[in-house]
Design a binder for this molecule. Structure first.
Ligand code: ADP
Ligand code: MG
Length: 250
């Protein structure tokens, strides 16, 4: 579903991604861990092309992101085509970014109605189903300020799913939550993984990585230092830098 080859990204003098190769098979979950500043968010943002890589290639769902490849040449996609590619990729951030003046169900309907031109009644039905799926059927008509952080994050997940993505990116989705609210969000993500969604998850929740991840990737300083089956990697980390990192987060 995702194929990343030799991806490099710099911000001015700072090289943030130093040649990343990564494959995420359809239906699998890769968990990305690593210290702050190691390039995890940048990697996700390059996958959905919120950032552009300086060199290398990224394919999602068989399509090269941002380009057409014709006769061995790369042609930048027109904005409408890039938007279509990006619509197939859902992203959930640490902060929820819900529309404050819309109810939960209105937040979930917004994308389908305005972007996909789904008829309102149909969008409302789908939104109600999605809210039910994230355990918030009874909160459909609440405004974000009337919801807990965990509930808001679940609405944000439902809102992403409403666009029917083939890939979901999560960037530390539980890091801003009070500890008692973390599990309800992880439970929704666990269900989503079980339903076959392809997911890239930046997280410090090692138990989630161990239980749900098919692949664990440890990044440090713009490179993937170690990767493998999460249970094996966490039981016997090979690199000192990963051991040191695990010592801090576990
Ligand atoms: P992580 O998510 O692992 O904490 P990031 O990908 O956010 O790391 O950032 C990696 C490095 O790139 C950091 O040093 C950060 O300050 C820098 N960085 C990220 N985004 C930008 C930007 N838009 N402009 C300049 N530097 C950036
Ligand atoms: Mg980050």
């Amino acid at each position: 579903m995702v194929r990343i080859r030799a991806a490099r990204k710099r911000f001015g003098p700072l090289e943030v991604l130093k040649g990343i190769d990564l494959d995420v098979p359809a239906g699998s979950v890769v968990c990305v861990v690593g210290p702050s500043g190691s390039g995890k968010s940048t990697l996700l943002r390059c996958v959905n092309r919120l950032e552009t890589i300086d060199s290398g290639r990224i394919w999602v769902n068989g399509e090269l992101m941002g380009y057409n490849e014709r006769g061995g040449r790369l042609h930048a996609l027109r904005p409408a085509e890039l938007s279509r590619q990006q619509r197939g990729i859902g992203m959930v951030f640490q902060r929820f970014h819900l529309f404050p003046h819309r109810t939960a169900i209105e937040n979930v309907m917004e994308g389908p109605v305005t972007v996909l031109r789904t008829p309102t009644a149909q969008a409302r039905r789908q939104a109600a189903e999605l809210l039910e799926r994230v355990g918030l059927a009874d909160r459909a008509h609440h405004y974000p300020a009337q919801l807990s952080g965990g509930q808001q994050q679940r609405v944000a997940i439902a809102r992403s799913l409403a666009m029917r993505p083939s890939l979901m990116l999560f960037d530390e989705p539980t890091s801003a939550l009070d500890p008692e609210l973390v599990q309800e969000v992880l439970a929704v993500m666990r269900d989503l993984a079980a339903s076959g969604m392809t997911m890239m998850v930046v997280t410090h929740e090692m138990s989630f990585a161990r239980e749900v991840g098919d692949q664990l990737v440890f990044m440090d300083d713009g490179v993937i230092v170690e990767r493998g089956d999460p249970r094996e990697v966490l039981a016997a980390p090979r690199h000192d830098r990963l051991r040191a990192f695990l010592g801090q987060v576990l």
